[in-house]
Design a protein around this ligand. Structure first.
Ligand code: PEP
Ligand code: MG
Length: 562
């Protein structure tokens, strides 16, 4: 089956199907006294299961997460639940809807609270209702975990689910939804898990335990693979190191940094010889947590990342939450068009400037001792940047003179909204650097959802309109002496590297396993020739024509040996 290559590496393992939480009516009697009895048994069963899970989490050192489950068990202890639901059942209701109706006002009350901590608890209430509903219908809570290392097969996986995958039991994943630039795929690359996404008809075609060959390099999933294919499997992409600078044949240095989601990535980036961290996605740093870390905790996290990189620079991106990157610790109300809604910097300016201030103070404190830079995501207008700069001034004022108040921390922006690209000339006068977020820039330029595989081919990063926009941004930045990196997935695309070099980028920020490969490809290039090829590419009709041009000029990546 063909899909989109989302994270490199090849693995062979049995399938493990991720079962979605759908409960169909089981037909059991949920009315009258029988329904009340069944409800009592269900509540008892859920409480026992919660206690077991909480104990397991506690034993693994996840005390905060265990606390959530203990709180859920306490909700089930509340006599108001059984009394309220029994009353509704006696009036002719069914046990499952009676539980939901009894608990709904509590969830609503929590959701209406201005405090995000309480809002998050609404989900826990609904989760408890769902668990009781499953128990009433005799459906198990979660699919049993795989018994041996397996390939996860799912319709889709949320980033938090991907982050929560047990690395010892999950060796790769295949999904029906998603594209290579969706966050789940990006996280898979960060975790070093081979992944193929956007495979049409996947879930219906694969059975639990069926042998699979997942080829994350070519975007292939082979069911029941023949022995000769299995023999050729290379395993997860190896990490080769190259700490030497990458300079073109005619002497232009192009920095090769890494994208990182956590401390482990930073360590792998340092080991791979990256010239810095071009993008530290702070929202991933905070995934899997119940609450956002406070300023001191953030300082501790950042100090570790900066220390892992030695004197190489680290670009901390402030929280980019929303759209396809929800953060459980920061729940937000649903929106009709989340990708066009309150995400990234907008969320912090419109709703939570306190969070931006926390991050800024932490960054200033760490910046006083290490090489840290700050970057704002999803900037659309110069006014947003000015607002953020005022907050940075405020953050500095709030610090002790000895701890960060006097720090100059370079401030940059992601250029990933077309409005920012078109306004790059003015924005370059407000900030110290740019980093091109080509994943979102391409999505917004073509109005093609980055999570939707059906429109993935439309959002081609090699299309001349994307290249033209990049050219304008780089020229505007350089006119004002500003540095420009590329931290979208395009920086890791060997087809795109000669064009990006030719258009003048100062840095390519890639995944740790790719540092050596991208540095090697830069060293083979001649800057002058890349510039002339890029100029021609800007005039062509489509991405295919650009690829043909690269082939004609001998700048296409070598085909993979089969
Ligand atoms: C991008 O949009 O290209 C980018 C690097 O940011 P993210 O993928 O985290 O949205
Ligand atoms: Mg982005």
């Amino acid at each position: 089956m063909r899909g989109i290559a989302a994270a490199p590496g090849q693995v062979v393992a049995p399938a493990w199907r991720w079962v979605e939480s759908q409960v169909h009516d089981s037909g059991v009697d949920l009315t009258g006294e029988a329904g009340i009895n069944r409800l009592q048994v269900a509540i008892k069963g859920v409480k026992a299961a919660l206690a077991t899970k909480a104990a397991r989490l506690e034993a693994n050192g996840a005390a905060a997460e265990a606390g959530i489950l203990e709180a859920q068990a306490l909700m089930l202890d509340d006599p108001a639940l059984l009394d309220g639901a029994s009353g509704l059942i006696r009036k002719g209701g069914l046990a499952d809807s009676a539980v939901a109706d009894t608990m709904a006002p509590f969830a609503e009350m929590l959701r209406a609270s201005p405090d995000p901590v309480f809002q998050a608890r609404a989900v826990d209430v609904e989760d408890v209702v769902e668990q009781v509903r499953r128990a009433l219908h005799g459906v198990s809570d979660l699919p049993p975990p795989p018994e041996k290392p397996s390939i996860v097969v799912a319709r889709d996986l949320a980033p938090s689910q991907t982050a929560g995958l047990d690395r010892t039991l999950v060796v790769g994943f295949a999904t029906e939804q998603g594209t290579a630039t969706a966050h789940t795929a990006i996280l898979a690359r960060a975790l070093g898990l081979p992944a193929v996404v956007g495979i049409a008809g996947l879930v219906d075609a694969v059975e639990n335990g069926q042998p699979l060959l997942l080829d994350g390099d070519r975007g292939l999933l082979i069911i029941d693979p023949p022995a000769e294919d299995v023999a050729r499997v290379s395993g997860p992409a190896p990490l080769t190191a190259d700490a030497e600078p990458a300079t073109t044949r005619d002497g232009r240095r192009v920095e090769v940094g890494c994208n990182a989601a956590n401390l482990d990535d930073a360590r792998r980036a340092a080991a791979a010889g990256a010239d810095g961290i071009g993008l530290l996605r702070s929202e991933f740093l905070f995934l899997g947590r119940d609450q956002l870390p406070d300023e001191d905790e953030q300082v501790a996290m950042l100090e570790q990342v900066v220390a892992a990189m030695g004197d190489r620079p680290v670009i901390l991106r402030t929280l980019d939450v929303g759209a396809d990157k929800p953060l459980p610790a920061l729940p937000q109300p649903p929106e009709a068009n989340p990708a066009l809604g309150v995400r990234g910097l907008r969320l912090q300016l419109l709703r939570r400037p306190d969070l931006l201030l926390d991050q800024m103070r932490a960054a200033l404190r760490v910046g006083a001792t290490g090489s840290l830079r700050l970057m704002l995501p999803m900037v659309s207008t110069i006014d947003e940047v000015r607002q953020a700069k005022q907050l940075l001034t405020q953050a500095r004022r709030e610090l002790e003179p000895t701890s960060g108040r006097g720090t100059h921390i370079p401030l940059g922006i992601m250029v990933e909204v077309p409005a920012a690209a078109v306004g790059a000339d003015q924005l370059a006068q407000e900030v110290d650097f740019f980093s091109l977020g080509t994943n979102d820039l391409t999505q917004y330029l073509f109005a093609a959802d980055r999570t939707n595989p059906e429109v993935a081919s439309l959002a081609d990063g090699l299309h001349p309109v994307v290249l033209r926009m990049i050219e304008q941004v780089i020229s505007a930045a350089h006119r004002h002496g500003r540095w420009v990196g590329v931290c979208g997935e395009m920086a890791s695309d060997l087809w795109a590297v000669p064009l990006l070099v030719g258009l003048g980028v100062d840095e390519l920020s890639v995944h740790p396993p790719l540092v050596a490969k991208i540095k090697a490809s830069v060293r083979k290039l001649e800057n002058r020739e890349c510039a002339s090829v890029a100029r021609v590419a800007l005039t062509l009709d489509n991405g295919q024509a650009v690829r043909r041009l690269l082939e004609e000029r001998d700048l296409a990546p070598a085909p993979r040996p089969d």
